[in-house]
Design a binder for this molecule. Sequence first.
Ligand code: HAM
Length: 431
Amino acid sequence: MTDLAQGPSAEPATHVFQAPTGTRDVLPGESVRWQTLVATFSERARRAGFGLVHTPVFEHYEVFQRVGEGSDVVRKEMYDFLDKGGRRLVLRPEGTAPVVRAFVQHHPPTPWKVWYLSTHLRYERPQKGRYRQHHQLGVEVLGVDEPEIDVEVIALADGFYRDLGLSSYTLSLNSLGDAECRPAYLAALREFLVAREPALSADARERLDVNPLRVLDSKRESDAEVTADAPLLVDHLSPASREHFDRVRRGLDALGIDYEVAPRLVRGLDYYTRTAFEFASTALDAAQNAIGGGGRYDRLAEEMGGPPTPGIGFGIGIERLLIAADAEGVLPVVEARAEVFVIDGFGGEADDALVELHRLRDGGYVTERSTGGRSFKGQMKAAGASGARYAVIVGRHEAERGAVAVRDMDSGDQAEVARAELLDWIGERYR
Ligand code: HAM
């Protein structure tokens, strides 16, 4: 990262007051959809016994080193920098390592079940559905190694997608094995790939050096041809990992959750062991269709100096999910509507309208008024456009009697209501 002392941004002047490349502003309208997503997710998580966790937006570099030197996220995409105290820090690229760091630091009793809404930063090549800042809804469970928790976690994500009305998506499932079966398998895979190295793409050759598993999920057709007969981990699982995988499958079957076994699914982060899964929207282009993914990371807590503690979780990309929702025509943008609109009949010469506005908001109503000193007619027009069901007209005549006029915006009927009774009067009709 550039030292601030070196001067201003390298961006041309026309760009500096725009959101930086790969980031987006979320404005009202779209943000209502975010609120719906978060409320729906938190309700699902609450029912499944998860508590909300917040971790810092930056961590020590070493926390993410554990995510894997073989992953692009660590090797190429981290926003790391030295702070003014000379500490090497990283802006959070993903949510699992910080949660495990927090677990190791605070050693809460297990099972520890947490959910989060967090901001992630990765220096990616931006395109639709892939940003330099994205947001995830996720869960992590620490301290449970039985396969049925994997099923619970996957079912939580699936239930959340269904709550939103999504139906065009698939679930891919794989097992990445354990410390017993993985080393021998990796050696066999490396041998297979090294023998065919000249035929691999430059990208795949680079992956071969750092993590041969990742060659298997290369999206290039030429690489897919070379690796068509490569040995697959699912055929080399240890008995314990095999049994784990079978029980996860049995549980998903029992819950009626469709999935396909995807022996080449590797995921982009290195900490996974055993269960790995990904949800993909079939309504989106294949390049950016992952709407969520996760898996087990049974060694991560230990690698961070904690007691050996199994873990599993997932992350769901909010921006991606909203693109998928648009493609499926669910979760429409809902315009905010007022319930009550206050009209100032004093032309700004008294504060009575302001007082009624405030009382109505205190009383629980979405209440609007027009600004800019508009005429009575102009305010009535604004009341109509606001979607409010009632216009409360605070005028001189009624004020003399301690009252206001209330107009039903649908029927046009108007009634005089004592100011002291206004909340009750509206309440009887509204709630
Ligand atoms: P991930 O697959 O890197 O996993 O990210 C999870 C989800 O975040 C993806 O499926 C996608 O929806 C979204 N996502 C990722 N990168 C971007 C991006 N650049 N722009 C927009 N959306 C993006 C993890 O981060 C793991 N921590 C998940 C996990 C939790 N594994 C175990 N527990």
